[in-house]
Ligand binder design. Sequence first.
Ligand SMILES: [Zn+2]
Length: 71
Amino acid sequence: MSGQKFYKAGEKVGPGKYVCVDCGKEYIMTDSEQDLRHCPSCSCEMYDCFPITHIRPDIKTPEDVNRPPEQ
Ligand SMILES: [Zn+2]
């Protein structure tokens, strides 16, 4: 066991990148305390979570996630 924490649909989650454990689809959550939803692609309800700071090196704030800097 790695101690990996998984998140289930319906849980209140904070900002971060959530990856569907079934199909690998990624979701970016930028607000705190919002409901995690079932994956629209495969209806899976289990997600892996990664810290939001690992998404892109040039994205440092939740606002940047919504409006990525131009290349
Ligand atoms: Zn999925």
